[in-house]
Design a protein around this ligand. Structure first.
Ligand SMILES: NC(=O)c1ccc[n+]([C@@H]2O[C@H](COP(=O)([O-])OP(=O)(O)OC[C@H]3O[C@@H](n4cnc5c(N)ncnc54)[C@H](OP(=O)(O)O)[C@@H]3O)[C@@H](O)[C@H]2O)c1
Length: 324
């Protein structure tokens, strides 16, 4: 089968489409004919070596085939799989199971796969799992957003951010999207109640105060977010620069007070419960996957270049056709 291989660390040029053996599913796995894969910053960070010291391979990538968010059709099932059958259309997140989606076939633990809603294309389904689940967990479990609250989503233009804005609105919040200037119109069209330039967020004079700030993609110090909180508000640090993430992990517990600010960090792992909840929101018309660009598997190197160049509103998706 064709697969996009990543055998050394570097820029997208290190990736190459090659022929490799089709995987054989283990007892608890299904073999999926991949139809679409969405890129995440985890793919990018594995490729460029940023994760080499945290278990992803010191000298070369431990996972040769990137791609975690997949959608496709089950073509065979392991002996222990009871809840999926050949022909089922499924989607899910393989970031906890060795990645491998950027290929014609991938073997995936059945427990990580959910049935794809018929109303969604494979591309839309692939664009959901990790970004959608991260946004959902940030809004619900960490942010504990309630109806009527004022919520800011900082870095609202990417995969996670576009879900976070829509989910927070579906939870009844008044949502301010903080995005770079070139994303203002798209953020308004997404349904944000207010849109601000992320560079101007909480700078200068006292401005609006938020009950919850979802810091999705940021390089700003915690002090900036704390300045923009109500006295009992919560900041959820979900992603962004490493310094910003480490600061939240180190200082969050010290700065959090039962009667004051709460600083929470999120490490999301996608579950079927999350996928079902996201699909319910999508079916109800409250949330829609936002796809910035779609590429084919033989254009996957360009997909990574595009992802790395930024200025994207939503997800980058790779469509995988048979018999390339
Ligand atoms: N906590 C978890 O478990 C978890 C799970 C998944 C992802 N993450 C993290 O969450 C973050 C977002 O992921 P993603 O998938 O949404 O990424 P993404 O799709 O690559 O996000 C890119 C978008 O974010 C914008 N952006 C980047 N830096 C920004 C900044 N400093 N200020 C304002 N906007 C900024 C970009 O704007 P431009 O177009 O202008 O460049 C672009 O629109 C990443 O850091 C990722 O590692 C965390």
């Amino acid at each position: 089968m064709k697969a996009l291989l990543c055998d050394r660390y570097g820029p997208p040029d290190v990736l190459a489409l090659s022929d490799v053996p089709r995987p054989t599913p283990k007892e608890d796995e299904v073999l999926i004919r991949v139809k679409a894969v969405a890129l995440n910053s985890a793919d990018w960070r594995i490729m460029n070596g940023a994760l080499r010291f945290v278990g992803f391979g010191l000298m070369r990538p431990r996972h040769r085939i990137l791609g975690a968010d997949v959608a496709g059709e089950v073509v065979s099932v392991g002996r222990a799989v009871t809840d999926l059958n050949v022909g089922d259309e499924v989607y899910g997140d393989l970031s906890e199971a060795g990645f491998g989606g950027l290929a014609e076939y991938v073997a995936a633990p059945a427990r990580l796969m959910a049935r794809k809603p018929e109303t969604l294309t494979f591309e839309q389904a692939a664009a959901i799992p990790l970004a959608g689940a991260t946004a959902l967990q940030g809004a619900q479990r960490c942010g504990e957003i309630r109806g009527g609250q004022r919520v800011a989503v900082y870095g609202a233009s990417g995969g996670v951010g576009t879900y976070a804005v829509q989910i927070a609105r579906a939870m009844g919040a008044h949502v301010t999207a903080a995005v770079r200037a070139h994303h203002r119109i798209a953020a308004q069209a997404l349904g944000a109640d207010a849109v601000v330039d992320s560079r101007d967020f909480a700078t200068g004079q006292p401005g609006e105060r938020f009950d919850v700030i979802l810091a999705v993609n940021s390089d700003r110090p915690l002090a900036v977010f704390r300045r923009a909180l109500t006295p009992t508000g919560t900041v959820v640090v979900m992603g962004g620069g490493m310094r910003h993430i480490i600061e939240a992990l180190a200082l969050g517990p010290l700065l959090s007070r039962p009667t004051g600010h709460k600083i929470r960090s999120l490490y999301a792992t996608t579950t079927r419960v999350d996928l079902d909840a996201l699909c319910a929101l999508i079916d109800a018309g409250r949330v829609a996957p936002v796809i910035a660009r779609t590429f084919t598997l033989d254009q996957a190197v360009d997909a990574f270049r595009c992802f790395g160049a930024g200025r994207l509103f939503g997800k980058v998706v790779v469509s995988v056709a048979e018999g390339l």
